[in-house]
Design a protein around this ligand. Structure first.
Ligand SMILES: Cc1ncc(COP(=O)(O)O)c(C=O)c1O
Length: 480
């Protein structure tokens, strides 16, 4: 019998692990993780400052020799402790929360195995598909195909590229003539739609921003008119992007009415539910998403309202096959056997980490009912907060919230002109960020600078809801 050089033999030396003290360092990491999770259970009074000694270490050049990893890990934890973390219970800025423990466990173990979902990865591919099916089932989308991506931006771009190939077959190869193909979204759609249109080579001048109604939803009548004008001018409508939960106010476009328009003109309907779509799983918010099952594609970010670590988004498509038509390829370094495609034949990204394990492990551990109840709880918090703002003599509610995002402003005394109110609310948002008890961010709504809170954080305690307004009032009066 011949032996190959590659076959392990009893005589071969045991390779030395790169990290000699890995048991100790893992125990150290476990301690740090536990202490982080304990600290996320309670709001903290302020943000800790970095020691000057550590700050100095952050300016040192590339180390030639290594040191005890426990020291470096200790420094890393201090830096993390002094950074803004969306996992903290009173982080109510933007539309991110995250920090679910089960998702952290999945991130750690999947990083260790470093599965690459670009090529066939074995069992991981099956789990990946199950997780896509689960997230689609959770939000009520009839899945044909889909996958996890690096974020809402990538999911929106993926869907738009699929829509482009659908409306203009072979445009991936031939390109698109300037100004000949159009995309539609509301005035309040996320900038990722603009960027996706630009990257897809359609040009942002071909993006039609449709005005919103009093509820800040895209006006289907106006949409239809603009589509008619474009068709009459010989342009090809590629896609309509409805937003299910706008970033600014949480408005959900009327998907069913928009789907009617799309069906009449045979235009691809994409629903950008990066932030809002998980709410479709709850009894109280489900009716807002009527018509979702008629969309051709949808984006949902598990790293927003579902509490996963960034980044963990999913792009879902109703029909099978279009992803391969959009991204499929044959290269000399990645052959297909018979007609089996590699996962990368359906994705924009090449090397792709095992993000879906976060959702899978979390759904297995908590169950869909727990997620529904977390989301329902944050919707309830948003309602409570809205009523508190409405009744407070020093605050003004700037819109009727549909989901869990609320824009409001402090009016310290009656009769202040708009420019002074804008200056005051900008200063108040900054003061709140420096204070550190509540983390929120300013926004601009109809020209008014305001404070914006978004309840998507499963760690926010119910009792903290009035506290957010108390802190805003206290600091608002102090800076006046
Ligand atoms: C509605 C909407 N779409 C898309 C995005 C982009 O998502 P990501 O930051 O995950 O790329 C966001 C981000 O806030 C969003 O709110």
């Amino acid at each position: 019998m011949t032996t190959t050089g590659m076959r392990p033999s009893n005589a071969s030396p045991t390779p030395k692990p790169a990290l000699s003290n890995r048991t100790e360092i893992l125990q150290e990491l476990t301690r740090h993780l536990l202490s982080a999770w304990d600290s996320f259970d309670h709001p903290r009074p302020s943000e800790p400052q970095l020691s000057t000694e550590l700050l100095k270490r952050l300016g040192t050049p590339l180390p030639e020799q290594g040191e005890d990893p426990a020291h470096a890990l200790g420094d890393a934890v201090q830096i993390l402790e002094s950074s803004v973390s969306p996992a903290r219970p009173l982080f109510v800025a933007y539309v991110g929360s995250s920090g679910l423990e089960t998702s952290v466990l999945a991130s750690a173990i999947s990083a260790a195995y470093d599965i690459n979902l670009a090529t066939a990865a074995g069992a991981a591919d099956q789990l990946d598909q199950q997780a896509v099916q689960w997230i689609a089932e959770f939000v009520g989308f009839p899945l044909g195909e889909g996958h996890f991506t690096s974020g809402g931006q990538t999911s929106n771009l993926t869907a738009l590229l699929a829509a482009r190939e659908h409306a203009l077959p072979d445009s991936r190869r031939r390109g698109v003539q300037a100004g000949s193909a159009t995309v539609y979204c509301s005035d309040e759609a996320h900038h990722s739609v603009v960027r996706a249109v630009e990257v897809a080579g359609l040009g942002s001048q071909s993006l039609r921003r449709i005005p919103v109604n009093g509820k800040r939803q895209m006006q289907p009548g106006a949409l239809e008119q603009v589509i008619q004008q474009d068709i009459a001018a010989g342009r090809v409508p590629v896609a309509v992007v409805a937003t299910a939960g706008t970033t600014l106010t949480g408005a959900v476009d009327s998907i069913a009415d928009i789907a009617d328009v799309c069906e009449r003109y045979k235009v691809w309907l994409h629903v950008d539910g990066a932030y809002g779509l998980p709410a479709a799983a709850t009894e109280q918010a489900k009716p807002l998403f009527a018509g979702l099952d008629r969309a051709d594609s949808a984006t949902v970010d598990a790293h927003k309202w579902l509490g996963m670590q960034k980044s963990c988004s999913a792009v879902l498509l109703r029909q099978k096959g279009i992803l391969r038509a959009t991204f499929g390829h044959e290269e000399r370094y990645m052959l297909h056997e018979e007609d089996a495609s590699n996962p990368v034949d359906q994705t924009l990204e090449y090397s792709r980490p095992f993000r879906s394990l976060r959702l899978w492990l979390s759904m297995r551990s908590h169950g869909a009912a727990q997620f529904r109840s977390w989301i329902a709880g944050t919707l309830q918090q948003a309602q409570t907060f809205t009523e508190l703002v409405r009744q407070h003599p020093q605050f003004e509610l700037l819109h009727e919230p549909m989901l869990s995002t609320i824009c409001f402003r402090h009016i310290p005394r009656a009769g202040l002109p708009e420019d002074q109110l804008n200056t005051h609310n900008t200063a108040l948002a900054r003061a709140m960020q420096q204070d550190g008890r509540v983390y929120l961010a300013p926004a601009v709504l109809d020209g008014k600078i305001c404070l914006r809170v978004c309840f998507v954080n499963f760690r926010t305690p119910q009792a903290a809801v009035p506290f957010i307004l108390e802190v805003a009032q206290e600091l608002g009066e102090k800076i006046l």
